[in-house]
Design a protein around this ligand. Structure first.
Ligand code: PHE
Length: 528
């Protein structure tokens, strides 16, 4: 055991780790999703709610994941395995509740869901908290399968931008083109394959010379491209309207739905709830200050999301378009916007390269979760795990790729899902997205907070975090903020208001309650 731990590869530098983790967080979530959900939810006020969610849920859960990973030096499954106690009453309770619900569903002849819930209940009984890690690996795999499809579209769009095929005169024309493109299986699957291959090549190379090296190259590029687009956007005549929409909060536009959407997005955008940060944390050495790391990763992620809005809204408003176009905002409205300004092809190409770069550094983190599991737990070599699971993910993604607009090409799967679960909202792509974003991530985040807060215990967790974090955990919060953290007179024997105690309260109470609330709302058990 000791030997394998000593050999585990670590990030070569603090900066390398921060950039890789920020690379995981910054992705399609920031540049594709954040602007369009902000557009749909009325702008500035939504941005404010989103920032609050990042602060009260994102930051505490990220610290849980990083400390869990660094302490155990393992993938998510191994991490839970290492510190799960032999018997956990809380896990038994959750397992029992699930088995009961499963029996209940059987009685109501909802067989598909009954089997899933019963299996999950028994698994929790048998494997206790390790199931949470396994859910993470499963989520990594499912998210990457459809994430790669969207990333593939950006590859197609880069090519088309350079070859002048994105010169649309109306959003309708752009929309027609987009649908035509994503429903041509050869194109969609081909581009998806190229993206998966890129992820595989990087992950194959390992932590330092693959993930870290490429994050160090790609993240500065991303930042620069974004800056260029912002400067172009805000200097267009009429751009002020967009900036106003974006930065002046109108609280009448905020409702329960937007609050919960902001909460769910906080998980997705920070790569939380499925062990990506646990895995990246397992490559961190004891000299890192995890408080600073958490703040930097979340800070960079938020900064890039805000910048993406600033690159998009001023241009959209300046050219007289509406910001509420939904998921098509960046693939349909933006190319049309760019086409109306001089050098449009160039701006479009820059934008889609930016989107690809962002997706790539996230895609590799999703793949890495799966690879780390097979390398740590099953003793596979990295190349073997990368090739096998890259291919498996690719195949699963093909189903999403050919199903974005409906089920016509995979009717058998449709019938299967319909027969077993009795529901069929949206396409297979939507099923995958829904399964991971609305179920696996929030559940995973909830369980991780509960596990660290109540099973591993803040005391143990804080002992881990203390390493490398100077006096951050224990000095009075006011003294810390006032820059007096190293002044011994501020180290009273008992401090009530410290970062450590604040974090403990959050992960034990505030975060789980908030997530549970959002979760029940998402699945329709709670109506507001
Ligand atoms: N955070 C990434 C994004 O915003 C997506 C992601 C989710 C990556 C979960 C890894 C794990 O696009």
């Amino acid at each position: 055991m000791e030997k394998t731990e000593a050999k585990r590869e670590h990030w070569s530098s603090n900066l390398g780790f921060i950039l890789a983790a920020a690379g995981s967080a910054v992705g399609l979530g920031n540049i594709w999703k954040f602007p369009y959900i902000t557009g749909e939810n009325g702008g500035g006020a939504f941005v404010l709610v989103y920032l609050i969610c990042i602060a009260i849920i994102g930051l505490p859960v990220m610290l849980c994941e990083l400390s869990l990973g660094r302490h155990t030096q393992r993938n998510p499954v191994g991490a839970f395995k290492k510190i799960t106690p032999d018997s956990s009453t809380l896990a038994h309770l959750i397992g029992a509740l699930l088995v009961l619900s499963g029996i209940f569903l059987l009685v109501f002849q909802d067989y598909g869901w009954a089997v899933v819930i019963l299996l999950l209940g028994f698994a929790i009984f048998r494997y206790s908290w390790v199931v949470v890690g396994a859910m993470g690996v499963l989520a990594g795999f499912t998210i990457l399968s459809f994430y790669s499809v969207v990333a593939g579209w950006t590859i197609g769009y880069i090519w088309q931008a350079f070859t002048g095929q994105l010169a649309f005169n109306s959003v309708d024309a752009a929309a027609g083109h987009f649908v035509q493109f994503i429903t041509t299986p050869a194109l969609a699957i081909g581009c998806h394959a190229v993206f998966m291959l890129m992820c595989m090549v990087i992950v194959y190379k390992g932590v330092q010379s693959g993930i870290e090296r490429w994050s160090k190259i790609l993240m500065p590029i991303l930042f620069l491209l974004l800056l260029v687009l912002i400067i172009r956007g805000v200097t267009l005549p009429g751009a002020m309207a967009g900036i106003e929409f974006y930065l002046s909060p109108d609280f009448s536009k905020i409702n329960a739905n937007s609050i919960l959407q902001a909460l769910g997005h906080a998980f997705f955008t920070l790569s939380l709830g499925m062990g990506a940060m646990t895995t990246y944390g397992s490559y961190v050495d004891k000299k890192q200050n995890l408080f600073i790391a958490t703040l930097s990763i979340a800070g960079l992620d938020t900064l890039i999301a805000l910048m993406a809005g600033l690159a998009i809204f001023p241009a959209v408003f300046a050219q007289g378009f509406q910001p509420n176009a939904g998921p098509g905002l960046v693939f349909q409205v933006l190319p049309t916007v760019f086409n109306q300004i001089p050098l449009g092809t160039l701006w479009a190409a820059i934008f889609f390269v930016l989107l690809l770069v962002a997706a790539l550094t996230s895609g590799i983190s999703l793949l890495e979760v799966v690879i780390a599991y097979f390398v740590d737990e099953k003793g596979w070599t990295r190349p073997r795990a990368t090739i096998v699971f890259g291919l498996v993910t690719f195949l699963l993604g093909c189903l999403s790729a050919i199903s974005v607009t409906g089920w016509e090409h995979i009717e058998w799967l449709h019938q299967l899902i319909l027969g077993v679960f009795g529901v069929s909202k949206g396409s297979f792509f939507d099923v995958m997205d829904n399964l991971s974003s609305n179920w696996l991530l929030p559940l995973g985040g909830l369980f991780i907070a509960l596990f660290v807060g109540w099973i591993w215990g803040p005391r143990q967790a804080v002992n881990e975090i203390r390493q490398g974090s100077a006096n951050f955990a224990d000095v009075h919060l006011f003294s810390l903020l006032a820059g007096l953290k190293d002044d011994p007179s501020h180290n009273a024997p008992v401090h009530v208001v410290t970062l450590a105690s604040l974090w403990g309260i959050f992960i034990r109470f505030i975060t789980p309650v908030a997530v549970l609330f959002a979760f029940f709302y998402t699945i329709g058990w709670l109506k507001l």
